[in-house]
Design a protein around this ligand. Structure first.
Ligand code: UDP
Length: 239
């Protein structure tokens, strides 16, 4: 099941269902792309047809930001918000359990190293076969290394839309796997950025906590939100 918002199909899963679907895709004979979509990405899709096409072709599009949840609610759809960072962590937990090969790309060198170490310490059995920082200029060199690594789960934290382009470019090159754009998740797992206390997360107020702790992020994200909500409410062609 999926719902259209501003012309983009969003999958309608609860958290458990999204993980189940992701593992089904991991078992398929192709590379699958997971987009964890937020209001900024809708803005990008509006002005950038190439980005829109990548999102349209993604095997899974899950509503990451609370803004997306509110926009859907205004249109009468009650969907679960699936924070990308929680989705990716759960995927890692399951992979640790089964011994599935994992690759992680993105963020600054010390951040990705710290994140990998923390994850390995926390999740016994986690099989991270490849990691690389997110500051490279030659995508093909990284694709080649990924090909060698042959991971089934590839997490990519280059920020959006860079990570979506990177993943899309890998689709015809890598052996079958699932690739997820995870934004700032490595910053969280490395301990560089603290997540909001659970009460904020439960109330859907993580954005409020982030606003106070990262005001520069707020300046970037907040002005677009009312416009995004207005546009999605007004958009006629979503059925
Ligand atoms: N990042 C990267 N390479 C780049 C640009 C960004 O690895 O060329 C990393 C950055 O270090 C951060 C992550 O991408 O860890 C997410 O960046 P940002 O917070 O801008 O993205 P958002 O979470 O807002 O999508």
């Amino acid at each position: 099941m999926s719902i259209k918002l501003l012309g983009i199909e969003i999958d309608e899963f609860d958290f458990k269902g999204s993980i189940k679907r992701a593992f089904e895709l991991m078992g398929e004979d192709k590379v699958s792309q997971v987009v964890t979509i937020n209001p900024e990405m809708f803005g990008e899709a509006e002005v950038n047809p190439e980005f829109k096409r990548i999102v349209d072709e993604a095997e899974m599009v899950i509503p990451d930001g609370v803004g997306v949840k509110i926009a859907l609610k205004l249109k009468g759809h009650n969907v679960a918000r699936i924070p990308g960072v929680d989705f990716a962590k759960k995927m890692l937990e399951e992979c640790a359990f089964t011994g599935e090969r994992v690759a992680i790309i993105g963020s600054k060198e010390e951040v990705v190293q710290k994140a990998v170490n923390n994850l390995k310490n926390e999740l016994k059995g986690l099989n991270i076969v490849y990691s690389h920082n997110g500051y490279f200029s030659d995508n093909n060199a990284i694709y080649n290394e990924l090909k060698e690594a042959n991971a089934k789960l590839v997490l990519v934290a280059l920020g959006s839309p860079k990570q979506e382009y990177f993943i899309y470019g890998a689709k015809k090159i890598l052996p079958p796997c699932i690739m997820v754009g995870i934004g700032g998740s490595l910053d969280v797992w490395s301990g560089e950025v603290k997540r909001a206390p659970e009460i904020y997360q439960k109330l859907g107020l993580e954005w409020l906590y982030r606003t106070v702790s990262q005001p520069e992020r707020f300046k970037r994200i907040f002005p677009a939100l009312p416009l995004f909500l207005w546009k999605s409410f007004k958009y006629k062609e979503d059925k």
